[in-house]
Design a protein around this ligand. Structure first.
Ligand code: PMV
Length: 332
């Protein structure tokens, strides 16, 4: 049996940074994100009941398959082990995957990848876990943000403040507010420091306690702004939050610098856009690339301004999307 799932990346407006339990991805704070539409991981999984060993492959854009390098294959194998336990099956899985966007560069590739893997394994075993169960399964791969990528639209994880181990929940579907996310790619290589390492070091920042104390109010503001579709309220909070995350990273011991000179160029350009009355705000995950959030009416203006910057290699134009979907375009 074979199944293919395409799962989207997501961009956090309130970031998950710091874990109670790194392996199980149990967060120290609740996060809020927007699920993307176009940046996706496509994953095909086949269950081999008599197979002895899991096989993990990466597909190229041309459709060729090659064995994944150990750094990629190992976490996938560990996740497959957990998924086997969940499903109560033995045997092995053949897995092939492909991202249609740069991997490991702050575009939530692990979120899309682990969400696609969990959903494809469930589908190929003909299981239909509820969204909450799938959210938990996606996260067990060690990428907390994957818990959010199983849902479309605007998402909070964990659902309940008193259950850090709980699933994600949809705050509003994609149709609620057709926001754009224009990703200014200033660095397409993988980042040097993993988000896992960032989570581990976060509590060593002398400012981490202040961040945690400020988050509930900031998150409330973000959720209200989403509810009211109020970009003038959302934008400053999202920007403040992204800078806060990088402040924690830069003040961790040892410090982590995800920003590149191009990151600052994009930040300045977006401030200039605002000064000339184009509403757009930035956010960044654990990478140098900059996500610029704006309304569809301003997408063209913002994309053109970003593309004109010497530091910007390309602009990925994405928007809020509906979540994972089955596909019949198998990778093998
Ligand atoms: O899901 P992880 O463990 O790769 O961590 C995600 C970290 C950030 O992207 C920086 C924040 C987030 O909430 O997506």
């Amino acid at each position: 049996m074979k199944a293919t799932v395409e799962a989207p990346a997501n961009i956090a407006f309130i970031k998950y940074w710091g874990a109670r339990d790194l392996d199980a991805a149990v967060p120290l704070n609740a996060s809020v994100s927007m699920t993307l539409d176009r940046c996706r991981a496509r994953t095909t999984v086949e269950h081999l009941p008599d197979g002895a060993e899991d096989r993990v492959e990466l597909a190229t854009a041309a459709g060729e398959l090659a064995a994944a390098p150990p750094g990629f294959a190992e976490p996938v194998r560990r996740h497959l082990e957990r998924l086997r336990r969940w499903a109560g099956v033995g045997g092995a899985f053949r897995v092939a995957t492909r991202n249609n966007f740069p991997t490991g560069a702050g575009i939530a590739s692990s979120a899309a990848g682990f969400a696609a893997l969990a959903a494809a394994v469930a589908a190929c075993l003909e299981r239909r876990p509820e969204a909450a169960e799938l959210s938990r399964l996606a996260r067990l791969g060690g990428s907390g943000s994957a818990a959010r990528s199983v849902l479309g639209g605007f998402v909070r994880w964990p659902r309940d403040d008193d259950d850090a181990d709980g699933p994600a929940v949809q705050l509003a579907p994609a149709e609620h507010w057709p926001l754009c996310d224009l990703i200014a790619v200033v660095e397409s290589g993988a980042k040097e420091v993993s988000s896992r390492e960032g989570h581990r070091l976060a509590p060593t920042s002398p400012y981490f306690a202040a961040r945690l104390a400020a988050l509930p109010e900031r998150r409330r503001g973000v959720e209200e702004a989403i509810r009211e579709r109020d970009l003038e309220r959302l934008g400053p909070l999202v920007e403040e939050e992204a800078i806060d995350l990088h402040l924690i990273a830069m003040s961790s011991r040892p410090p982590i610098f995800y920003w590149q000179p191009g990151t600052l160029e994009v930040l300045a350009a977006v401030r200039e856009l605002r000064a000339s009355a184009t509403p757009a705000w930035v956010t960044m995950d654990a990478g140098a690339n900059v996500h610029v959030v704006c309304e569809p009416a301003d997408e063209q203006t913002v994309a053109a301004a970003l593309a004109a910057l010497p530091a910007v290699a390309s602009v990925l134009r994405d928007r809020v999307g509906a979540g994972p979907r089955r596909s019949e375009e198998h990778l093998f």
